[in-house]
Design a protein around this ligand. Sequence first.
Ligand code: PLP
Length: 389
Amino acid sequence: MLFFQRYKIAKFGPMKNIYLDNASTTALRPEVITEMTKVLTENFGNPSSSHAFGRSSKNLIELSRKSIAKQLNCNAKEIIFTSCGTEANNFIILSCIRDLKVNRIITSKIEHHAVLHTIEVFQKQFDIQVDYVNILEDGTVDYNDLEELLNDDKKTLVSLMHVNNEIGTVLNLEKVVSLCKNNNAYFHTDTVQSIGKTKIDLTELPIDFLVASAHKFHGPKGIGFAFIRKQIVLQPLLLGGEQEKGLRAGTESVHNIVGMAKALEISFEKLEQEKIKVSKLKRYLIEQLNLNFTEISFAGNPEDTFYNVINVILPFDENKTSMLLFQLDMNGIAVSRGSACQSGSVKPSHVLKAFLPKELLQKPNIRVSFSHNNTKDDIDYLIDILKKI
Ligand code: PLP
């Protein structure tokens, strides 16, 4: 896209700006900006006000809720707007412990920190049992271990993410739903990376809770939602007014809510064509990596991981790890690495540490995550720069 092709002078010659970090966040769709601008301009009424200005804002919120519910085939009453995916995860996990009296959580070491850290804190605060399901060497959940862990009388919540944000491994939702139902456990899934990128039918699939974040599917930042199945009664997350059925007080962010609904609507409208395009890009990257480098490895099996994410382990010397992202950045390429730099040393991420063998953990890795805005040229440029590092 032209938008991404500002030329600068870089270490290895003229460079472009290439965004390959769509699992971190995505660019807004132009139609979403138009819709949000309209709301910001015309619908400033407080949705709780009873006059026409307020009523029109309230109407937009409820239309957005219905539109989101329609995409997921659930009831609009089951959608609660939050400020982000993290908040929705916190709300659900806290509510399960506090309101549903869950005293045991089964989760995994490869969850996003929005789930992992939340569970760690509540484990201490509420003195609950936490068990971590085994992760296999391809980064997937060991379903046999999950089944064994579920064989227990404690009131249990299973919290497992759908698509892993670092490696793209995909949870078999049908399987986990059925295991949870057979063992009377609640099932929460962090679907931040998959909502808007794959169909989820909540009437067919009786998941109890899921969460979404608009900025991952070309919507605005600062808005997300929790799906809470109808029969499940929870106490408020935020106390105050009656917004969001009294579950989350505070004046609603009308433009963000409308923007999120619009983004989801377009994502589903274009899902098949964009999925084909993005899958081809991922395939092309795998081919080019194999063609240009010997001993390329991947975290997770790239044939099975989600179509927009790939985690590449590069056959570079360990000492190149700390400079890799910096050098890519200096050349206009935005990717992430599942590692955190601390005081000059590079530590592998908690996700990779959970299943990769030691020799692969020592090698530099990058996470490349695509959107429909990317092209083959972006990949050629990435390969070109990687070859020069
Ligand atoms: N869960 C997953 C899997 C994510 O990838 C992210 C964001 O990176 C979050 C939760 C947090 O979402 P938010 O940025 O909306 O708080």
